[in-house]
Design a protein around this ligand. Structure first.
Ligand code: ARG
Length: 243
């Protein structure tokens, strides 16, 4: 009898192990985007989007693993299921909505112009006609620069390098998401040397991204975001990371 029970238990354990594997969802981020997603001094992947995803995971009972990937190709990895979610300050655009599915918006982040500190404070992007302006490749920032054909776009895989080039006079301005610009301007390496001029040129919203058609996951994410928005968690994250 005892043996039979043990066997039954063993079979049951084996069965549950096979049928209900704890499937980790992989979250991809390009971690060159402080304070949204970056690698801190302790070499940990941190930021607003990391905390947001952890809060979503808690609500939706998801098991997550974070991965740092390069921005160029980040959506291809979602399309071929290398990972399940992109949480990387991705602006919701009509074109992207054809290729992938977005959650409800969670942060408003327009494009701003960053220039050397000694530039006039009323400069606009149009003033850089005939000059080099930096932006991250295939972002809404580079699209904004590209609209002005008289400007030479210098597209970077890693946006940090565009700020190095700015202070070394290899580009004359950088166009980038407002929260990230605010962070680079405060970074000890650039503080006092660069500044943001004017108001955001665009109004844009970030969404979490899943593979086109992954409704099951998207529904869970949206339900969790709704809860985090009404219970104050989203506002607390903004207060913590976006100052
Ligand atoms: N919001 C911009 C876009 O969606 C830039 C996002 C870049 N994100 C990043 N983690 N590097 O095009």
């Amino acid at each position: 009898m005892k043996k039979l029970i043990l066997t039954t238990l063993a079979v049951a354990a084996l069965f549950s192990a096979c049928t209900a594997p704890a499937k980790k969802l992989i979250v991809a981020q390009d971690t060159t985007f402080p304070p949204m997603e970056f690698i801190n001094d302790a070499k940990e992947q941190v930021g607003f989007d990391v905390d947001l995803m952890k809060a979503v995971a808690k609500e939706a009972k998801l098991d997550l693993e974070f991965k740092s990937v390069s921005w160029d190709g980040i959506f291809a990895g979602l399309a071929n299921s290398t990972y399940d979610i992109v949480a990387s300050s991705v602006t919701i655009t009509e074109d992207r909505q054809k290729e992938m599915d977005f959650s409800t918006p969670y942060v408003n982040a327009g494009q701003v112009l960053v220039v050397l500190a000694d530039n006039a404070k009323d400069m606009t992007l149009a003033d850089f006609a005939g000059r080099n302006v930096g932006a991250q490749v295939n972002t809404t920032g580079s699209m904004e620069v590209d609209k002005n054909k008289a400007i030479t776009l210098k597209a970077y895989d890693d946006i940090a390098l565009s700020f190095d080039d700015l202070i070394n006079n290899r580009v004359e301005a950088v166009v980038i998401d407002a929260p990230v610009a605010a962070q680079y301007v405060k970074n000890p390496k650039f503080a006092g040397k660069i500044k943001i001029v004017g108001d955001p040129m665009t109004s844009e919203f970030y969404g979490l991204v899943v593979k086109k058609g992954n409704k099951e996951l998207l529904d869970k994410i949206n339900a969790a975001l709704a809860t985090l928005s009404t219970n104050g968690t989203l506002d607390a994250l903004k207060a913590q990371w976006l100052k």
